[in-house]
Design a protein around this ligand. Sequence first.
Ligand code: NAD
Length: 258
Amino acid sequence: MSHQPVALVTGGGRGIGLGICEALAAEGWCVAFSGLRDASDVTEALERIEQHGGEAKYIRADVSVADDRQRAIDEIRSAFGRLDMLVNNAGITSQGRDDILAAGEASYDKVMDVNLKGPFFLTQLAANYMVEQMETGVDLRACVINISSISAQFISTNRGDYCLTKAAMGMLTQLWASRLGEYGIPVYEIQPGLIRTDMTAAVTEKYDRMIADGLLVTPRWGEPGDVGKAVAMLARGDLAYSTGQTLTIDGGMHIRRL
Ligand code: NAD
């Protein structure tokens, strides 16, 4: 069994997920990360994570597919013999970004499956494995972190399905925080604001303009490392007397200003 704590970060091969993996590796975590790409396409990500000192492992697994979720946990069990933390990071935006007067069910179903059903049932698997380990006396640094979005608070009428999934993650966080409290497993939600990744690459100019016009209190794009540092803080147990809590990493975007 690994002597270092082990984290599973879904969608950890790029963007915010990679920022999280790097921050955890820098603090001595072994990091397993999942994604949709072939293993040959994530060698650079693996190297970047391992440069920080920790051991890293890639698992090709679609978070919306039940068999893939089970296999991800099984692979961690056989590779490391333990799982301390799950970071539900993988997510997709609305397919086509269509106005809600016209948006179709295909995007709705896909976004729900990846952003909400996946995290719900992966948390169920991870939590059961964590509890099983605790009952055999393993001293875990147990924790679950859900990466939702400022879109839980801000509507975008061309991304209705996405906003719905991110708002529901707040309830998902409270449900699991409540259920896992008796085992001492805290569950947190992080709401990133505008973070510079592939997901936001298509709308860079729009947000550049909005930032220049005063959208944010801290007038700059967020970087994946900004979210990574927040996850590392929670993973260290720095907020040990807190669970079901939401952290906004958004440059003050959520503050309602006149
Ligand atoms: P990204 O598109 O750059 O990366 C997403 C990652 O998730 C990729 O590695 C991708 O392979 C993986 N992924 C997608 N579908 C998957 C699936 N079905 N199974 C497993 N992995 C899958 O996006 P990002 O900007 O890094 O976003 C990461 C998370 O942060 C998402 O949940 C997103 O909603 C959230 N978020 C992003 C921003 C932002 O401004 N970028 C803001 C708020 C919240």
